[in-house]
Design a protein around this ligand. Structure first.
Ligand SMILES: [Zn+2]
Ligand SMILES: [Zn+2]
Ligand SMILES: [Zn+2]
Length: 832
């Protein structure tokens, strides 16, 4: 609610009423008679006729002759009532919708006893109201003559000048325009009143803006209409006075109805009268405003206090609205000094006492503060010494394979605990961690025995065994971990491997179970696959060139001759994970020529009914195929010349002759999409692609489906979360698997963003939406899953507390977790 908005309401209402009054002025007898556009004075009509002495066959002249003959002596007296004798009225006042007629009282002509101010108009009747009304004096007078029984007299006989008719006829268009503009203005004022009413209830700039626009339009319309009315009145009065003078007809323009007089009044104000009340009011107000009292120290202080109170109130209001606790400025650090606000800034007022940033001007102290207090050759500053201060046993920055000193003291502490306690601790760890603990030191190996290592051979613990084996990656450059066998095999051509399509006949290593197991791999496109071994090699390249292959060398380009699809792949290692981009593209016909079948043949590989372009295993769930179809529907047709169009049908369309070839897609198909179930993103576009084989039309529209995927950290095709999610592999959590929720793993940046920014330095501008909006809440569910993990951890901790013999065990569990980390690193030196 905004109560100040009541003012425009009142003003709009007043304007509306006034405009209505303008329009309906003179619609009733005597109603606002002074507001006529122009008044025709016919009381002296025919006066010139008395000057004719010759006889004529003009019926009027003979009529006049009769009068003059019969009452010659009263000629001068009857002159006044001559028009009345003819049946005419003294005046005719033209209004917007009609005209009124009447007599001057007590008489039309001023004389010695009658002053002009004493003459008043007495309206006897008004015509019917008509829209687009145009005042035609000749027609009106003729009607009057006929009505009074003088039908034999023609207005022309009164020497009515045809110039008046011509002059008034020219104003007809203007008067029509004036009427229409008045109507528009009244309608706009109605709208303005309505919007002003709305403005009371709706705050905001839009309501105010609409109000202002409507008000201005109404103002403009009424202004123009009034200007036209002025012009009409001036012109009509001029024409009538100019040509009608000879026959005793005159006209006066209305002056109340028109803004002219008001303007004149305003102009008078240019020379102000110092004693007039408006002048005195203005002077009084300006004196109060410019009073020197406003600038005294006391009033400044008062104003500052008031401003501070207002600010505090606003802060509290804001805090209440957004539900947080407003802090006082004293609560904030560094704000304990006087005149310092909550941001640690000093409030300075132009009129307050001059202050400086330093409270006490102790220059010596200032200089001392700038000085360096420590000795420049102190031992702490030496980098080398800092290294010596690091913990030699638990330094996480140290290289995992570096030789570490053995701490006898800590070994003794580990040894001091009974074997059973250590075995109890190992039970709390998962098989992989227990094995790592068992091999982390000689002492622990003796205490735990070989049981944790042997447990890894249990088929149920296969994934834990794989994760333990994966830790040895860096130490075995010539070997590669075979996941189906859970063994390291010797690479066939270390450092010389190239990715071949026929990966079966070109294996990376010789595996005895090659024929009985399934090689972990991923489907890229209908004719290409990516074996997991290449992900391992690409990620091992970070250790040394001997360990693997550069991810860049995996990039390929190929074409599926059968379908016409082209593919480009690119790989990139980022933050220990392999990222992949697959661009699939194909020329497409114009949308007009597409049928459902053609669409299907473009997008689907018909044998397995899978998409021709690269997809993750969840493509069926989402909107991917509909996105492609939507994109296809935006492909424009080739230009059709006007002649060609005319040959088909007798219509021409500019859009058909000059189609826009840059296809941007619609709001729905333009944004990039992210699969909610795996780390894959898609972007579907229509691009102009050059076809060098076609010299006639080298540029064709192509559908381009770009897929970005995070292939994971290469730890295992079964438990690496990204890879497993993408290929639909599910390993239960108690066997070492991980759940994957795409939107909670998206982190700070999407895969496409990371990929494109490192390749081209720019991030794709498209928005990122979910590929499967029906699962839209998965983002939230993803966080729920995470919370559940934390709860699990907490309950596990509590369990440990319940089962523990004493608090010491809990302490040792924690220590053992720390040791496990070292065990993992130490393991690298001792291959199993
Ligand atoms: Zn094998
Ligand atoms: Zn679209
Ligand atoms: Zn997916």
């Amino acid at each position: 609610m905004r109560f100040s908005a009541i003012i425009p309401v009142l003003l709009s209402a007043a304007a509306l009423i006034l405009s209505f009054l303008c329009l309906f002025a003179g619609s009733k007898k005597g109603f606002m008679e002074g507001y006529a556009v122009v008044t025709l004075n016919t009381s002296q009509i025919g006066r010139s006729l008395f000057n004719t002495s010759e006889s004529s066959d003009n019926p009027l002249v003979s009529f006049v002759d009769n009068i003059t003959n019969s009452i010659e002596s009263e000629l001068q007296d009857t002159l006044n009532s001559f028009a009345q004798d003819l049946g005419l009225h003294d005046f005719y006042s033209a209004h917007l919708l009609d005209f009124c007629e009447g007599y001057f009282l007590p008489g039309p002509v001023t004389n010695a006893t009658l002053e002009k101010s004493e003459i008043s108009k007495n309206v006897t009747s008004c015509s019917n109201r008509t829209g687009m009304y145009h005042f035609d004096p000749r027609q009106t007078l003729q009607k009057e003559l006929k009505a009074s029984g003088h039908s034999e007299i023609n207005v022309t006989d009164l020497d009515w000048p045809s110039e008046i008719d011509d002059g008034l006829h020219k104003l007809k268009v203007a008067s029509n325009a004036m009427f229409v503009l008045y109507c528009i203005a009244i309608a706009l004022m109605g709208v303005a009143l309505f919007t002003a009413l709305i403005g009371i209830f709706f705050e905001g700039r839009l309501a105010a803006f609409v109000n202002i626009v409507v008000d201005w339009l109404a103002f403009l319309a009424i202004g123009i209409a009034s200007a036209i009315a002025t012009a009409i009145a001036v012109k009509a009065a001029h024409v009538i006075n100019h040509y009608g003078n000879d026959i005793g007809v005159s006209a006066s323009k209305g002056n109340k109805f028109l803004p002219r007089k008001r303007f004149r009044n305003t102009m008078d104000w240019n020379a102000p009268d110092l004693n007039a009340w408006p002048t005195r009011l203005v002077l009084r107000v300006s004196k109060a405003l410019r009073s020197n009292k406003q600038f005294t120290q006391a009033s400044i202080d008062r104003n500052n206090v008031r401003a501070a109170e207002r600010r505090a109130k606003q802060r509290e209001e804001h805090a209440r609205k957004h539900r947080y606790n407003a802090r006082n400025s004293e609560d904030t650090a560094g704000a304990h000094q006087q005149d310092v606000n909550e941001r640690g800034e000093r409030d300075y007022s132009l009129f307050s006492q001059a202050e400086t940033l330093v409270d006490n001007h102790d220059h010596t102290d200032m200089l001392h503060r700038l000085a360096h207090h420590d000795s420049f050759d102190s031992l702490v500053d030496e980098v080398g010494f800092k290294d010596k201060l690091r913990d030699p046993y638990f330094d996480s920055n140290a290289h995992p394979n570096a030789l570490r000193p053995v701490s006898d003291k800590h070994e003794q502490m580990v040894k001091s605990l009974p074997d059973e306690l250590w075995k109890h601790i190992a039970e709390y760890l998962n098989p992989a961690d227990a094995a790592c603990l068992a091999v982390s030191s000689k002492t622990l190996a003796e205490k735990l025995g070989s049981a944790p290592i042997e447990a890894l051979n249990d088929p149920l613990n296969k994934h834990f065994k794989l994760s333990v084996l994966h830790f040895m990656n860096e130490d075995l450059p010539r070997h590669l971990l075979c996941f189906p066998c859970a063994k390291y095999h010797l690479r066939k051509h270390p450092g010389k491997e190239t990715m071949k399509i026929d990966y079966v006949n070109n294996p990376l290593f010789l595996c005895p179970s090659a024929k009985t197991s399934v090689l972990p791999r991923m489907r890229l496109t209908p004719d290409r696959q990516l074996p997991y071994g290449w992900v391992q090699l690409a990620l091992r390249a970070r250790y040394s060139a001997a360990h693997g292959v550069d991810p860049e060398t995996l990039s390929r380009r190929w074409r599926n001759a059968e379908s016409g699809w082209n593919y480009r792949t690119r790989y990139m290692a980022h933050d220990g994970r392999l990222l992949m981009r697959v661009v699939s593209q194909r020329h497409v016909p114009p949308a007009r020529m597409l049928t459902k079948t053609v669409e299907r043949h473009i997008l689907y590989e018909m044998q397995e009914f899978t998409p021709y372009f690269s997809v993750c295993s969840h493509w069926r769930d989402g909107e991917l195929m509909n996105l492609c179809k939507c994109a296809l529907s935006h492909v424009p047709s080739p230009p059709e010349s006007y002649l060609q169009q005319l040959k088909k049908a007798p219509t021409i369309d500019r859009a058909l002759a000059h189609p826009n070839f840059i296809v941007r897609g619609c709001d729905w198909c333009r944004p990039a999409r992210r699969c909610p179930d795996c780390a894959t993103e898609y972007l579907v576009e229509i691009q102009m692609v050059e076809d060098k084989k076609d010299p006639a039309t080298p540029f064709k529209h192509s559908i381009v489906v770009t897929r970005w995927s995070d292939l994971g950290d290469g730890s295992s095709p079964y438990t690496s979360p990204e890879w497993a999610a993408m290929n639909g592999v599910h390993v239960p959590e108690h066997e070492g698997g991980h759940e994957y929720a795409s939107f909670s793993h998206i982190g700070r940046r999407a895969v496409s963003g990371i990929f494109e920014s490192s390749l081209s330095g720019s991030i794709p501008g498209q928005r990122m939406l979910s590929l499967n909006p029906k699962n839209e809440k998965l983002g939230e569910e993803g966080t729920l899953v995470l919370e559940r993990h934390i709860e699990l951890w907490d309950s596990r901790g509590a369990l440990a507390g319940q089962h523990a013999v004493d608090a010491k065990i809990v302490l040792w569990v924690r220590i053992s977790v720390a040791i496990v980390g070292h065990g993992r690193k130490l393991l690298n030196a001792q291959p199993i």
